[in-house]
Design a protein around this ligand. Structure first.
Ligand code: ADP
Ligand code: ADP
Length: 227
């Protein structure tokens, strides 16, 4: 589980992007819904240890006990998979080569073991047949599925995906969301989106954010009704 308490963040320009966010996020898929500017990416980047908070606390259940997410960044990163909103890929590199490269960075030093992991992930995200193609030739949906493969390297306990379905056509979107749903119940998977159906279709629990605050949390059916 991920416990977020009274998290605050004001940027240098004076924008208060996180205004006392308190949330308990259970294992399984969790939807974070809100309009553009609500503070979703700010929250996601903070949880992914890419930016600091001004105040509050975040605790993640780790394999060796609770992790203080805001302070023990190395420990979080070992348990984290992240697909950022603006995930860029090197257009001239093949999917296989780049995933191998990410795997080395993740510490998968044993060549044979690394190959097994990389091949398994390419199959899992349905990119095996395209593994030798350059990423620049991939469709948006293929790129996002590649993004999930890199996020799953190293068996993370926390997977964060930020606005992953923006720009995908309905078929690609379904493929992508089903991939997320298959990650498993032991992993905290946070899906940030401004599309209501992304959440209602797949997430047992969710939160709605606006103006840096959590408006409500619960099951999608209850939460949407309460709006
Ligand atoms: P921090 O307080 O986390 O250091 P900054 O305000 O210094 O954040 O900005 C971090 C980065 O985000 C900078 O590169 C900045 O150009 C960029 N940035 C600034 N304003 C915005 C905005 N409104 N939306 C998204 N990114 C922004
Ligand atoms: P969302 O992901 O829900 O669209 P964001 O977290 O990107 O929300 O943005 C929340 C608010 O913070 C917005 O007003 C945005 O312009 C501002 N903002 C986001 N990133 C930065 C930044 N790096 N520097 C300054 N302002 C930012």
């Amino acid at each position: 589980m991920l416990a977020i308490r009274d998290l605050t963040k004001t940027y240098a320009n004076g924008v208060r992007a996180l205004d006392g966010v308190t949330l308990d996020i259970p294992r399984g898929m969790f939807g974070l819904l809100g309009p553009n500017g609500a503070g979703k990416s700010s929250l996601m980047r903070t949880l992914a240890t890419l930016q600091s908070a001004d105040g509050g606390s975040v605790t993640l259940d780790g394999s060796d006990g609770p992790i203080d997410v805001l302070r023990d960044k190395d420990a979080v990163r070992r348990q984290l998979g992240y697909l950022p909103q603006d995930f860029g890929v090197y257009p001239k590199v093949s999917a296989l080569d780049l995933l191998e490269h990410f795997a080395v960075l993740k510490g998968l030093t044993d060549r044979k073991q690394r190959r097994e992991v990389v091949d398994g992930l390419l199959v899992q995200v349905n990119l095996w047949d395209a593994r030798k193609r350059k990423l620049g030739t991939f469709s948006g949906g293929m790129r996002q599925r590649f993004g999930i493969a890199q996020a799953l390297l190293g068996n993370p306990r926390l997977v964060i995906v930020d606005e992953p379905t923006a720009g995908l056509d309905p078929e690609e979107r379904n493929r992508f969301l089903n991939l997320l749903a298959a990650i498993g119940e032991d992993v905290v998977v946070i899906l940030s989106t401004h599309i209501v159906e992304d959440v209602t279709d797949l997430c047992p629990t969710m939160a709605i954010m606006n103006r840096g605050q959590v408006l409500l949390t619960g099951r999608p059916s209850d939460a949407i009704e309460a709006l």
